[in-house]
Design a protein around this ligand. Structure first.
Ligand code: SAM
Length: 224
């Protein structure tokens, strides 16, 4: 259930998203119902499906968060969660700073940079209980961008639209190199629009080997 404060936070989020979207490219979806379903509700599915249970998640990193999906809706629902948002576009980080200030979300921090570089810093490497990414890259690339942030025994949630089977087939080598194993794949449906969504849950078994992630740009150019 949403508290009154949380409903108001989602409303402020919606208004700021549409307002800032007139000045910068944040989303192609601006109709109210659609934002609530395709951005807010869709983001919350990660929290609802987390295999370790939300009570065991204290830290989260969202890689390539754009306008804050999925991490900001999750932070509204779990205000004590410590959230780090990484995005390579500074304008988006500026939007997220203004947004989280307006929402009073004290535990959300934005980091401007490429995931490949940020994951080299000790305060972010092998640190987070949960790491998420939605609409950033194919799984073979995402594994190298996201798994270095996950602490051993933590999880990475790769949010996908259509059936991720093909992406999973080509991601075997990146999983092996980055110490990930697929724990489960959730199949979901948006309640009104009824389109399909998937969450690939990857469990991290060990610390990130020193060679990874490779230089910024290399994961996308030459996927493992
Ligand atoms: N996750 C959001 C969503 O689902 O609406 C945004 C998706 S948007 C298509 C991809 C975002 O990933 C962009 O904001 C882009 O700047 C960011 N991005 C792409 N590659 C990145 C990298 N290597 N490191 C950090 N951010 C990256």
């Amino acid at each position: 259930m949403l508290s009154l404060e949380q409903s108001e936070q989602f409303e402020i989020y919606y208004r700021m998203l549409v307002e800032w979207n007139e000045r910068m490219n944040l989303t192609g979806i601006t109709e109210r119902e659609a934002v609530y379903e395709k951005h807010f509700y869709d983001s919350l599915t990660v929290m609802m499906r987390a295999p370790q249970g939300v009570n065991n998640i204290h830290t989260m990193a969202d890689i390539g968060s754009g306008a804050g999906f999925p991490s900001v809706p999750i932070a509204i629902m779990l205000p004590e969660l410590r959230v780090t948002i990484v995005d390579s576009l500074n304008k988006r980080i500026q939007f997220l700073q203004a947004l989280t200030d307006a929402l009073g979300l004290k535990h959300v921090k934005g980091v401007h940079g490429r995931a490949e570089d940020v994951a080299r810093r000790t305060e972010h490497r092998d640190r987070y209980d949960l790491v998420s990414a939605r609409a950033v890259a194919r799984l073979s690339v995402l594994n190298e961008l996201c798994l270095p942030f996950v602490r051993p025994q933590g999880h990475f949630a790769a949010m996908k639209g259509a059936d991720p089977r093909l992406e999973l087939e080509e991601a075997g080598n990146s999983l092996k190199k980055l110490k990930g194993t697929v724990r489960k794949v959730d199949q979901l449906e948006l309640p009104q629009e009824r389109s399909e969504r998937h969450i690939v849950w990857i469990h991290k078994t060990d610390a990130t080997p020193p060679a990874y992630p490779r230089k910024a740009g290399t994961p996308a150019k030459t996927p493992l």
